[in-house]
Design a protein around this ligand. Structure first.
Ligand SMILES: *[C@@H]1O[C@H](CO)[C@@H](O)[C@H](O)[C@H]1NC(C)=O
Length: 368
């Protein structure tokens, strides 16, 4: 899977292309070869005959285990360094060897990273530390210009810097780590939630805690304050929300699809239902329920992530066009009119653990 940025956008653009091609073929009798030569400018970005400069391609790697909006923010910043972002997702074996088994397997971590709207390509089974051989591959095969990492030191168990080679080659750039969240924090919140409900700590919780509360800070998986089970306080700013938002409003004639939910601990099942929902129209509006609404319907210990955090995770998803930060439980007539909603996709009740096998049945289109 060299490129996974092919879901929705290329789908609709190829449909558009097909339509253009059909019309072109009928009206002007353009031959297939001519259409192929003119129709796919993105296939030749490295064509030096054109005036257009080759895009700057940047690489960032990570484990992306239990992915959260902090990872997304790092990817957003990395993308800002260049024109195209290629992300290496570390293999299960490499994570296991360096810090213990990951919670989410590679295919799921790949899916989550591919769904982030700032990611252009994903490379599976990336090494934990960039080797000479892999670095050559990045430069020669993937045409990478710069290797990006956060400003936290990434020291291997043997004391070496994981990015030493890239730095030596003069192809290293740094971004700031700003988001006040880490997987350690999230696991801490989950443990608090479990502990409040049950006194006996199961072994799986203990091992989760061990993995995320020990270890060295690297690869965007921990690095938050490591003081045991501790709840972080994320302070949302309007700037961050703007940075995560799409600038485009719905086009005048677009079919607006609405879906609502808690989207707590944003995962691969959420990504899949958002992808399907987006496919039903031209613009996907996602209503995120308030913390109070989620608690009232799912129990006092939910949600784990607060409204703003959940909104950022959903906004980072490439299938989402806009979110309502604090949507009501019921879709009102007023909302339908205000947002010109054509279709309400009902995914709310199927958000729990059995979500992934049930969502297909839930993807109905009630006439509201
Ligand atoms: C509302 O949505 C419909 C499609 O469902 C579209 O035809 C119409 O132009 C939209 N109205 C406005 C004011 O955008």
């Amino acid at each position: 899977m060299p490129s996974t940025n092919s879901g929705l956008e290329s789908d609709s653009s190829s449909k558009r292309f097909l339509a253009t091609w059909l019309i072109g073929g009928l009206v002007a009798g353009i031959s297939i070869t001519a259409a192929l030569h003119t129709g796919w400018p993105e296939l030749s970005p490295f064509n030096n005959n054109r005036k257009k400069k080759r895009p700057v391609r940047v690489y960032m790697d990570g484990c992306f285990d239990m992915m959260h909006y902090g990872h997304c923010n790092a990817l957003r910043q990395a993308r800002g360094v260049g024109d195209q972002l290629i992300v290496g997702v570390v293999s299960d074996a490499e994570i296991t060897a360096n810090k213990g088994p990951p919670v989410t397997p590679l295919h799921e971590r790949m899916l989550m990273v591919s769904a982030v709207k700032w990611v252009d390509e994903v490379i599976p089974d990336a090494p934990y530390a960039i080797t000479e051989e892999f670095m050559r591959k990045l430069f020669d095969e993937y045409n990478i210009d710069y290797i990006i990492h956060g400003d936290d030191p990434c020291i291997m168990p043997d004391g070496t810097d994981a990015y030493a080679l890239a730095k030596k080659a003069g192809r290293y750039k740094q971004i700031k780590r700003t988001e006040g969240v880490s997987s350690t924090d999230i696991v801490g919140r989950m443990l608090l939630c479990v502990r409040e409900r049950t006194t006996s700590e199961s072994p799986s919780h203990a091992s989760l805690q061990r993995q995320f509360s020990s270890g060295h800070s690297k690869k965007y998986d921990d690095g938050g304050p490591r003081s045991g089970t501790r709840v972080s306080h994320f302070l949302p700013t309007s700037r961050r929300i703007v940075q995560f938002s799409n600038e485009k409003a719905a086009e005048p004639n677009s079919r607006i699809v609405y879906i609502d939910g808690a989207f707590d601990l944003f995962h691969a099942g959420h990504v899949e239902i958002l992808r399907l929902a987006r496919g039903l129209g031209d613009f996907l509006l996602v209503g995120i329920h308030t913390d109070q609404t989620v608690s009232a319907n799912r129990g006092a210990h939910r949600p784990i992530m607060n409204l703003h955090e959940r909104s950022l995770s959903v906004l980072a998803c490439r299938y989402v066009d806009e979110v309502i930060i604090g949507a009501p439980w019921e879709v009102s007539k007023d909302m339908i009119t205000t947002f010109n909603i054509s279709l309400v996709v009902h995914g709310t009740v199927a958000e729990d653990d059995d979500f992934e096998k049930d969502y297909k049945n839930e993807l109905t289109t009630p006439a509201r």
